[in-house]
Design a protein around this ligand. Structure first.
Ligand code: HC0
Ligand code: SF4
Length: 559
């Protein structure tokens, strides 16, 4: 164990990567914009400056801790410097906080308050840059960018997509897509991870809240919600619950208070997905065709393959995602049973995800000009709507999901964390995979399953950067798997771009524990045990994989 002095007190440390980690572990908070433990160190925001006994000033994030060091974190000089840095950032920043969606959750606003910035002595830059709202998922407001580069590094280092970068120099520097194009014109996959790390309102989520309010106010419309698996263990964070606390009953209760007519569970549709996907998988295995089979429930992953690895398009399962299966079943079968029709039913998904907004708009998922899913709210947007409606979350009475589309098995619930989809698909064929980290790449988890004298090899991976490595291994013939689950966000949907911020590694772990702990309490584990789905096949679809099931639950991705 090594020791150093922070503000005159001895502090011990071990393998912390930098001074900032040691300082924070010692219970002292230093402000930062550009530091994220999962991204490379950029050292550009100059907020985490510290001073040694010789008056030397250094950025804590980019200084390795050394035994015997003695540093101070809050001297008069440091505080003055931080204030000037922040004032300069604010001078270049659109300060219309009252109308900014990020207000109350903005790091710039928070630090201006903590550092006691009362006035800004520098003149504001003239002229406003246009807002890019071309993407169905993300809105980019360059007037609010502080050039911390968090989004650039997230997109490049973690997601391996790389559609954001720095352009121009000096006071004209900007973060933009290549050639200053709009987001919709570049190879963005809508995962929203850029917005999840943006400390200000420069990258935010395209909102569907107005659309949903209008439907709720419209007496003609029957408004139904479906709640994604990952939302139940994260929404509570917006209202002071510990990350990972399951709040399913509260979410249902809150939606009813807001005015939703019915509240159903996406996990029900996830059960259907697992059944259809395993049927498709067994068929491919028996014919030895289009293997490996890739899961298709993450739309950012589907778009990633379409844009970046089109040679693998046929490997994607033809199953629609649970979100889209739900929409199709709701409008195609259950609307009638509810005494309404597909024109008057308005389906709202509550998702941890920004890419689900673009998925719902894909032309494959429209029938006669009507979308199967009308609006997609992220967890963040739902929290806003709850507040806007004056609903006190603490006091909301817990309620059960409505039947019949509110009944799910544990297999459907675990879809929200990585390994969940592949596990549920294997449960349908009667197996429980035991995933282990791959020895060559610990980010890939694999399992082998004995099935009819054949070994089935399953792999799961999350984070598109990790998926890219796996694809490269497949392409080079270094690796082979039969079934591959890919979720674009680290840890799966629990780490989605629409989840409450922060979305750090530790918080994701808690959400995952919450979700998998919640599934332990469920009586039925395998999707094929779901009684509502048994009836669905018996009364409507026939067998898994039937022509009718294909028409309603599968697709051909046409892009
Ligand atoms: Fe997911 Fe899903 S698990 S993608 O991450 O498959 O968004 O939570 O709703 O559709 O079920 C997101 C989460 C879902 C879908 C499900 C799948
Ligand atoms: Fe959306 Fe989940 Fe895919 Fe992330 S992993 S893009 S939250 S579906």
């Amino acid at each position: 164990e090594k020791t150093m002095k922070i503000n005159g007190k001895q502090v011990s440390f071990t393998d912390e990567a930098n001074l900032l980690e040691v300082i924070r572990k010692a219970g002292i908070e230093l402000p930062t914009f550009c530091y994220h433990s999962e991204l490379s160190v950029y050292g550009a925001c100059r907020m985490c400056l510290v001073e040694d006994d010789n008056g030397r000033i250094m950025a804590a994030c980019s200084t390795p801790p050394r035994p015997g060091m003695s540093i101070r974190t809050h001297t008069e000089r440091l505080i003055r410097q931080r204030r000037v840095t922040l004032e300069l950032l604010l001078a270049n920043h659109d300060r219309e906080c009252t109308t900014c969606v990020k207000s109350g959750n903005c790091r710039l606003q928070e630090l201006a308050n903590i550092l006691g910035i009362g006035e800004i002595r520098f003149g504001q830059k003239n002229g406003r840059l246009p807002i890019d709202d071309s993407s169905p998922a993300i809105v980019r407001d360059p007037n609010k960018c502080i050039l911390c580069g968090d989004c650039v590094r997230m997109c490049e280092e973690v997601q391996g997509v790389g559609v954001l970068g720095f352009a121009y120099r000096g006071s004209n520097a900007k973060v933009v897509p290549p050639f200053n194009k709009n987001i919709s014109e570049v190879n963005c996959v809508d995962c929203g991870q850029c917005a999840a790390v943006c400390p200000t309102g420069a990258l935010t989520i395209a909102s569907h809240m107005e659309k949903v309010w209008s439907a709720l106010y419209d007496p003609q419309k029957t408004v139904v919600a479906q709640i994604a698996p990952a939302v139940r263990v994260s929404l509570g964070e917006e209202f002071g619950l510990k990350p990972g606390t399951p709040a399913t009953g509260k979410v249902v209760g809150a939606l009813k208070k807001i005015g939703f007519d019915k509240v159903f569970d996406t996990c029900f549709a996830a059960d259907v997905t697992a059944i259809e996907e395993s049927c498709e998988f067994l068929e491919r295995i028996s014919k030895n065709q289009r293997l490996p089979q890739f899961t298709s429930c993450c739309p950012a992953w589907v778009k990633y393959v379409e844009l970046h690895y089109p040679q693998y398009k046929d490997n994607i399962s033809t199953c629609r995602s649970p979100q889209q299966m739900f929409g199709s079943l709701m409008k195609g079968i259950y609307a009638k049973a509810m005494g309404t029709d597909s024109e008057n039913i308005f389906v709202v998904s509550i998702m941890p995800c920004t890419a689900k907004k673009s998925e719902a708009k894909r032309e494959e998922f429209f029938k006669n000009g009507i979308p199967d899913v009308d609006a997609v709210l992220t967890t963040q947007e739902l929290a806003r709507m709850i507040r806007e409606a004056g609903v006190v979350f603490d006091e909301v009475e817990e309620m059960p999901f409505d039947m019949p589309l509110g009944f799910a098995t544990g297999g459907g619930v675990i879809f929200g964390g990585s390994k969940g989809v592949a596990t549920a698909v294997m449960r349908v064929i009667g197996k429980e995979p035991d995933f282990k980290a791959d020895k060559d790449n610990p980010n890939i988890k694999t399992a082998e399953i004995d099935y009819n004298a054949r070994k089935i090899k399953v792999a799961t991976v999350s984070g598109l950067g990790n998926a890219k490595k796996l694809l490269e291994d497949l392409r080079a013939g270094n690796k082979y798997y039969d079934l591959i689950e890919v979720m674009a966000c680290s840890g799966g949907c629990i780490g989605g771009g629409g989840q409450p911020q922060p979305n750090s590694n530790n918080i994701r772990k808690s959400r995952k524990q919450g979700l998998f702990g919640h599934e332990k309490l469920m009586q039925l584990k395998s999707p094929i045990e779901n009684p509502v789905i048994k009836d669905l096949y018996k009364d409507n679809l026939g067998e898994p994989g039937s022509a009718k099931a294909h028409a309603m639950l599968h697709t051909a991705y046409t892009n």
